[in-house]
Design a binder for this molecule. Structure first.
Ligand code: NAD
Length: 475
């Protein structure tokens, strides 16, 4: 049994003072595998005070010192990658391959941030008359919020940018991932960081999270989570005029152009729709297919989805693990029922658990054809393994349907003509467009347009999200 009852404050593990204790439940077996004491507002205040004390000194560190810290963090994360992977499997139900990817990605974030620093100019000329200098200064104490579907990855991507910029931080992982947060924090502790520059408090959003989101000593919030919570965060932050970056909900479209090679495009489209068991903000859950090629596409999708192995996340053959918990399981069942009620055609999966799995929050990978873009399953983020196929009659219609969404996180284009695909990408309202691939470029900016967020993470844009420009002009 796991027992998570400490917060990480000022370089030490200290007893969490919050009084609420929750069970950690395996989503694969529904058995209790541990208990976690959740941090409250007082824990948050202590963590913020530690970060505030560390900030002035940390903000003055040199590039070389920050690079050394980031490299130590990369080494430490790599050394703990197996533990991070195992915690992701046990607590979240992430399949082995995905959980291993997340653990390696966490280490890579620190290495990538270290690679950015040598050539980044924190001081540079400004204006055109030679009288001004621009100083890119750390914005200050930062509150970093992580969702439950990408705990180690989000903690690492935000923390690496904050450290590169010279910002002390308080990380608030989701109350649904105390075990993953604890294992990650033990790894970062081994990197022997100066006290106070990283603090971790796992608690509820309305409690520890709200304190972090409104405290006057916090200058910057970097939030990853749902759009409704992102709006609450942004509203609450305005009173103290915090700088806010929001990485939010997605409802991504995958556009198969009429010249696409379906033998390569459909496996990639299935890969993005069902990645992370469908619990992914960037999942391509609307598949737009030319009507003339629909028969062939459906045949390929159906075969590929029926071959997806659902089950024990610790089994390397498993491709779809359980949903994180009962609420998520119920949400997916609701949307599958809505798809049927609103007239979409079920071509794979459906309601209930997969055959042979009577325990655990497993759902059937599900595909609907004949979906219209005004149906709930096409408009709302389901956050589970449910794919909607929409027929289109032209490239223009595909672009119009892809853009007809309140969200705009990541889109995918499949075509054998790279010039044409690039032209289509230019017309899509999305923070990122991937052409004939589903793996992102982790040193390029990532973020959403419209209600998928504001600001960018990763690469130089991600670093600058933790910097404040100051102009010095000489007379
Ligand atoms: P969520 O919005 O419920 O919670 C995210 C974080 O905010 C958690 O740490 C939570 O405890 C905290 N929180 C909740 N209410 C709060 C409040 N009032 N004040 C302060 N903090 C609060 O999201 P979730 O359910 O954990 O994650 C799933 C969502 O995250 C999906 O919508 C998904 O698309 C999105 N997501 C987006 C990205 C991206 O990069 N755009 C990446 C992963 C997940």
């Amino acid at each position: 049994m796991w027992n998570v009852d400490q917060s990480y404050i000022d370089g030490r593990f200290v007893p969490t003072v919050g009084e609420e204790v929750v069970d950690i439940v395996s989503p694969a077996t529904e058995e209790v595998i541990g208990r976690a004491r959740l941090a409250d507002r007082e824990d948050a205040r202590r963590a913020i005070a530690a970060a505030k004390q560390a900030q002035p000194g940390f903000g003055k560190t040199t590039k070389a010192e920050r690079i050394a810290l980031l490299e130590r963090l990369q080494v430490s994360m790599l050394a703990h990658a197996d533990e991070i992977r195992d915690a992701t499997i046990q607590e979240y139900g992430g399949p082995v391959a995905r959980s291993q990817w997340v653990a390696n990605f966490a280490a890579q974030c620190f290495g990538d941030a270290a690679r950015l620093l040598p050539t980044y100019a924190f001081e540079r000329p400004a204006g055109l008359d030679g009288v001004s200098t621009l100083l890119m200064e750390p914005v200050g104490v930062s509150g970093l919020f992580a969702p439950w579907n990408a705990t180690a990855g989000t903690m690492a991507s935000k923390l690496s940018a904050a450290i590169a910029a010279g910002c002390a931080s308080v990380i608030k992982p989701s109350e649904l991932s105390p075990l993953q947060a604890e294992v990650f924090t033990r790894a970062l502790h081994q990197a022997d960081l100066p006290p106070g520059i990283v603090n971790v408090i796992t608690g509820r959003g309305i409690d520890a999270g709200a304190e972090l989101g409104t405290h006057p000593d916090v200058a910057k919030l970097s939030f990853t989570g749902s759009t409704p919570t992102g709006k609450l965060i942004a509203r609450a932050a305005v009173d103290t005029m915090k700088r806010v970056s929001l990485a939010l909900t997605g409802k991504s479209a995958s556009l198969v152009l009429d010249d696409a090679d379906l033998s390569s495009a459909i496996p990639l489209a299935i890969g993005t729709a069902f990645m992370n068991s469908g619990q992914a903000c960037v999942a391509g859950t609307r598949l737009l297919v030319p009507r003339a090629r629909m028969g062939e596409a459906i045949e390929r999708v159906k075969a590929a989805v029926e071959a997806l192995r659902v089950g024990d996340p610790a089994d390397p053959a498993t491709m779809i693990g359980p949903m994180v918990g009962r609420a998520q399981f119920d949400r997916i069942q609701h949307f599958i029922r809505r798809g049927i009620e609103q007239g979409a055609t079920l071509i794979a999966g459906g309601e209930g658990r997969p055959q042979g799995l009577s325990r655990g929050w497993f759902v059937r990978p599900t595909v609907f054809a004949d979906v219209r873009n005004d149906m709930d399953i096409a408009r709302e983020e389901i956050f589970g393994p449910v794919l909607s196929i929409i027929a289109v009659d032209s490239e223009d219609e595909a672009v119009a349907i892809a853009n007809d969404s309140p969200y705009g996180l990541q889109a995918y284009v499949f075509s054998t003509d790279s010039f044409r695909a690039t032209r289509v990408a230019a017309r899509l309202q999305a923070g990122t467009v991937l052409i004939n691939r589903v793996a992102p470029d982790l040193l390029a900016p990532f973020g959403g347009v419209k209600q998928s967020g504001q600001g960018r993470e990763f690469g130089i844009a991600g670093l600058e999200a933790f910097l404040e420009p100051k102009t010095v002009t000489r007379g």
